[in-house]
Design a protein around this ligand. Structure first.
Ligand code: AR6
Length: 179
């Protein structure tokens, strides 16, 4: 599924983010950048040891929640990995929405700063961190659309959703957007 915003493509696919042939893939990391399960584990396994070596060398203090830091991508087809730290869901009254928006915005800013044209995102915070997927889909797609409306770059933003349920939740939001 795909819509166009300011000549940029905003696309949803179902699949594995480690296989994406884009300039940068985004990781759903923790604030220690210590590796973990879920998409973080899959990315570290596919990229190889260089990823954890680079995060611990370049970012020994980790990364704050709501932001992201860049590394190279080891053995992955992408050129870069942006390690974004999403909020842990605590019921919605703890700034979760702003922090989730911050992850997507910071990754898109980094992509533009580095002149990268294609970015793939997972559904940050919607696994172990427990963010309800319907709410995360609304917030993340809205933040990406706003960014594209004001920057008209990067030219491709792809959400790579792992399950049917996650794909469906995002597709419903995107359909409402084009409404
Ligand atoms: N490709 C795309 N999406 C995936 C993949 C994959 N290969 N594998 C899982 N997902 P999670 P979080 C989806 O738990 O909630 C880690 O341990 C998954 O279905 O990976 O932000 C970190 O180290 C879900 O929709 O990330 C942190 O400690 C989405 O990716 C913590 O988990 C995010 O789920 C971060 O939790």
């Amino acid at each position: 599924m795909l819509i166009t915003v300011e000549d940029c493509q905003l696309e949803l696919v179902q699949g594995d983010i480690t296989r994406q042939e884009v300039d940068v893939i985004v990781n759903a990391a923790n604030s220690d950048l210590a590796g973990g399960g879920g998409v973080d584990g899959a990315i570290h396994r596919a990229a190889g040891r260089s990823l954890i070596e680079e995060t611990s060398r370049e970012f020994p203090d980790g990364c704050p929640t709501g932001s992201a830091v860049p590394t190279s991508a080891g053995d992955l087809p992408a050129q870069f990995v942006f390690h974004a730290v999403g909020p842990i869901w605590r019921g919605g009254g703890d700034g979760e929405e702003d922090l989730l928006r911050g992850c997507y915005r910071r990754c898109l800013e980094l992509a533009v700063e580095k002149g990268l044209e294609s970015v793939a995102f997972p559904a940050i915070s919607t696994g172990v961190y427990g963010y309800p997927v319907d709410l995360a889909a609304e917030t993340s797609l809205d933040e990406v659309r706003r960014f594209l409306e004001s920057s008209a770059r990067p030219s491709l933003v792809r959400f790579v959703l792992f399950s049917d349920g996650h794909f469906g939740a995002h597709a419903r939001v995107l359909e409402e957007m084009v409404g």
